[in-house]
Design a protein around this ligand. Structure first.
Ligand SMILES: [Zn+2]
Length: 269
């Protein structure tokens, strides 16, 4: 699942490629994913031009000259693809935009769980669950104090709270593992048991992990959008059985449904 650093890299890639580029043709191949009627989508997109792309939580927000915003929530497996039109279409290509730059912008989603909305600027609150989203994890307004105050309103295991988009937006399964590892906090700890010092560590670890991962993903996303998340550098997520980089004990993977969570039983208490 793309998370904050993945989407930040996509955002900067799109901001290099898209502004000013015109959409010559819009094709909807799997209408289910596009949350507006196909005819309306095509009519709004064709002849329109791109502005800037921003991000809020796990949404990419691509602005259009007409004042509309294309809001993309990739969920588990959605990917944008920017490629020459001659490139063979991948399975589950849901949308193809043929651009004046000579490229296609495509949306591919093997799980078909992602959602693409087209709303007017100012209409983002119409998107289901968008308005309930907490502040973005990298928002300057999310100070250490605001983070601690918001955290107090949530109960349960800290891993679940970190990935709850109503608490803060942008963190998913993989980065919550990495953040908890750096903060040396066991993912199963109840929020109510965390000390003030641990809450501070959690906040700082979140920033440290993003500051570290961001440039590595940007580097891998320089020339094209990757087919899957760039995760080679992760220290604990899906590293089960490998030695912990800090203490040398084996990292534990726990599978719950389709999700694998990872942590070091020795370092994370
Ligand atoms: Zn360890």
């Amino acid at each position: 699942m793309p998370e904050l650093p993945d989407l930040e890299a996509t955002r900067s890639f799109l901001n290099k490629q898209l502004p000013g580029v015109r959409i010559d043709q819009a094709q909807v191949l799997i209408p289910f994913v596009i949350r507006v009627p196909k005819e309306d989508f095509v009519a709004t997109m064709e002849g329109n031009a791109f502005g800037d792309t921003s991000r809020q939580g796990k949404y990419l927000l691509i602005r259009l000259e007409s004042g509309h915003v294309l809001a993309i929530n990739s969920m588990l497996a959605g990917r944008l693809q920017y490629c020459p039109p001659s490139e063979k279409r991948r399975a589950k290509t849901c949308m193809v935009l043929s651009l004046s730059s000579g490229h296609d912008l495509r949306y591919v989603d093997l799980r078909l769980m992602g959602k693409i909305y087209l709303v007017r600027e100012g209409g983002l609150a119409e998107i289901p669950q968008f308005a309930e989203m907490g502040p973005d994890a990298l928002s300057p307004e999310l100070t250490e104090q605001v983070f601690a105050e918001r955290l107090r309103r949530h109960n349960g295991q800290i891993k679940n709270i970190l990935t709850n988009q109503r608490f803060i937006a942008g963190i998913g399964n993989a980065y919550s593992d990495e953040i908890l590892f750096v903060a040396k906090i066991n993912p199963f700890r109840k929020r109510s048991t965390l000390s003030d010092d641990e809450v501070r560590r959690l906040y700082r670890s979140m920033h440290d992990v993003f500051a570290w991962a961001g440039p590595l993903i940007e580097e891998a996303t320089k020339d094209e959008l990757p087919l899957e998340e760039v995760r080679y550098f992760m220290r604990v997520h899906r590293r089960g059985g490998e030695p912990c980089q800090v203490c040398g004990n084996r990292i534990t993977d726990i599978t719950a449904g389709s999700r694998v969570m990872s942590f070091c039983r020795h370092c994370q208490t």
